[in-house]
Design a protein around this ligand. Structure first.
Ligand code: DGL
Length: 272
């Protein structure tokens, strides 16, 4: 079915992390409606097998297609690493963009001195080698130094962003990077931009180039919709619909704090 300009953009993640993408899309494309799905009943994805993540991701793709979205943004690196092709196949003519391609493109455009890019992500993303592949496609001379940081996802879902547990966890994960020369650090999990200030403080280097794929995918989406003549032409009717597979008690408060705006309703959808 052909996408219509007035239709919403579908964005999804395993939980709250994809709201980092929602925030960037709202800034880059303020006239667009958004349908967000956070799979809060089944987060975290990053410690699960690729088969399981793919199964969940295809169920969510189905849900978004039923909402008649005009584009799908995979706001989850773990899903992008394990299920991108399957999602694209299922989506047919509805375009699909993902945070790994967007992040790799942005990282390749950084100032390079050492030709080394740091990547932090979930066990699944780092284990898949998806960033190595995507970066090499952009520039074959780039190497990757990566580290899985699985504990950051439950900390973010809990809202433990800036306390001593979060700082101690970041110290354990990031200390290897202090012995490595790298040109930029990709936040290769959409939960991690929530720790951006703490990561900057840890490295204490104002020149550190951080790649947040949320901004990168929002810019890609804007370009794509413009070229495809799919930008919304009735901006006074934009909506933000937020769906989750379970409603953790603090979800709405955390999400509102993070987006800096009220969310009228967070609806719970039972996944099969
Ligand atoms: N935010 C997701 C990502 O970008 C997944 C986190 C998780 O569920 O483990 O990989």
């Amino acid at each position: 079915m052909k996408s219509s300009p007035g239709a919403p953009i579908g964005i999804f993640d395993s939980g709250i992390g994809g709201l980092t993408v929602v925030k960037s899309v709202m800034q880059a494309l303020p006239n667009e409606s958004i349908v967000y799905f956070g799979d809060t009943a089944r987060v975290p994805y990053g410690i699960k097998s690729a088969e399981t993540v793919k199964e969940y991701a295809l169920q969510i793709t189905d849900f978004l297609l039923r909402k008649r979205v005009k584009m799908i943004l995979i706001a989850c690196n773990t899903v992008a690493a394990s299920a991108r092709n399957a999602i694209e196949h299922k989506s047919g003519s509805v375009p699909v963009l993902d945070v790994i391609s967007a992040g790799a493109q942005a990282a390749a455009a950084l100032r390079h001195e050492h030709n080394m890019i740091g990547v932090i992500g979930t066990l699944a993303t780092v284990g898949s080698g998806a960033y190595e592949d995507a970066l090499k496609q952009q520039n074959p001379s780039l190497s990757v130094f990566s580290k899985a940081c699985p504990m950051l996802v439950p900390l973010a879902e809990e809202g433990w962003i800036d306390n001593e547990v979060a700082r101690a966890t970041l110290d354990i994960y990031l200390r290897d990077f202090t012995h490595t020369r790298f040109d930029g650090l990709i936040l290769g999990c959409t939960h991690y931009p929530l720790f951006r200030d703490q990561i900057m403080a840890y490295f204490n280097n104002p020149n550190l180039q951080i790649v947040d794929s949320a901004d990168a995918i929002a810019a890609m989406a804007a370009e794509y919709l413009d070229n495809a003549r799919l930008l919304n032409s009735a901006p006074d009717q934009t909506t933000f619909s937020c769906y989750v597979s379970d409603k953790p008690q603090r979800f709405q408060a955390l999400a509102e704090r993070f987006l800096g705006k009220n969310i009228n309703r967070v609806e719970v959808v039972n996944m099969p």
